[in-house]
Design a protein around this ligand. Structure first.
Ligand code: FAD
Length: 277
């Protein structure tokens, strides 16, 4: 089977033990030669320093590091400073997002949507960064309609995005349909499926409710039936995700981006079963 490129996403660890564990996880994941490791960024700047520390550490280990950068609640001045810090550190790729304002946090800031951030990055730093943006095959939870969401996705590409990473999904048809629609709109940038390995059902259900990713009923019912039996949930989840990835690869997905939740095992087991060594 053809093996598209892979990438792994982390969140910035909060403690020295977390940093150590993540370094160990990264070492194992690096054996599969990923294209890059990315690190999330808390909207409103809550993890700004830890995201920077994490990407600098990844870079110092000799890997390509891609910070996520969310613009909601921020100012042009803040974003400009951060872009120049990343550029000076030799970072070449950024995942540009709107983000979600944490509840109770102040004003929306100077950027309303991710397309404005993409334009700003291009104005400030030209072609220095490879810009990734988010895509939603099952549509963004705040979208007025599927059509408007597609057009809003196109705005990010027109503003200068080089490629996109999707929200996770478990229904391959949603991705293939999304790809067909993007082609009809003349969008040709690579759109890489985001893959969420299944570790704990309750955690996955919670995430999915907030971000609008659907867990199909047959999967929910099966995992609910396992109750506290984490091993059965993980075995089932692995089978489902391996089959999903096989379909995506066979259907021409240009890459696979794993939401690792800072754990190596689940992603590694899936990738080994797909033939990545
Ligand atoms: P946008 O593309 O701005 O879209 C947001 C909503 O507004 C959509 O409903 C869209 O249809 C609508 N919209 C967009 N542009 C316009 C416009 N010009 N006019 C009117 N409506 C418009 N969040 C974080 O806080 N930190 C992270 O590190 C992070 N990493 C992520 C990585 C990936 C791969 C993905 C898929 C998501 C990530 N998120 C992260 C979550 C993301 O911030 C949220 O999903 C957020 O709600 C939307 O961000 P966006 O960049 O997709 O926004």
């Amino acid at each position: 089977m053809n093996k598209p490129h892979i990438s792994f996403e982390f969140f910035p660890p909060q403690t020295p033990e977390g940093v150590e564990k993540l370094t160990a996880a990264r070492k194992r994941l690096a054996m599969l030669n990923p294209e890059f490791f990315s690190c999330t960024f808390g909207a409103g700047g809550s993890t700004q320093d830890r995201t920077l520390d994490t990407v600098l550490k990844i870079k110092s280990e000799g890997y390509e590091a891609a910070p996520h950068l969310s613009c909601v609640g921020s100012t042009r001045e803040n974003i400009r400073a951060l872009l120049h810090t990343y550029k000076d550190a030799g970072i070449k790729r950024i995942v540009a997002l709107r983000g979600d304002m944490p509840s109770g946090m102040g004003s929306i800031g100077e950027f309303q949507y991710a397309n404005e951030l993409v334009s700003f990055i291009r104005v400030e730093t030209g072609e220095h960064f490879h810009i990734e943006v988010a895509a939603y095959p099952e549509f963004h939870p705040q979208a007025n309609s599927a059509r408007e969401d597609m057009l809003n996705f196109k705005r990010k590409v027109v503003a200068g995005a080089d490629s996109a990473i999707t929200q996770y999904f478990y229904n391959a048809d949603a991705y293939f349909r999304f790809m067909d629609e993007t082609h009809k709109l003349g969008i040709t940038v690579p759109i890489v499926p985001g893959i969420m390995p299944i570790m704990r059902y309750s955690q996955l259900a919670r995430f999915s409710d907030t971000c609008g990713a659907e867990i199909p009923r047959w999967m929910r019912k099966t995992m609910e039936g396992y109750g506290d039996d984490v091993e059965s949930v993980q075995n089932f989840g692995r089978d489902v995700v391996v089959q999903l990835c096989e379909k995506l690869i066979a259907g021409g997905a240009p890459g696979l981006h794993f939401y690792t939740l800072n754990q190596a095992n689940a992603s590694l087991e899936i990738l080994h079963r797909l033939g990545y060594q």
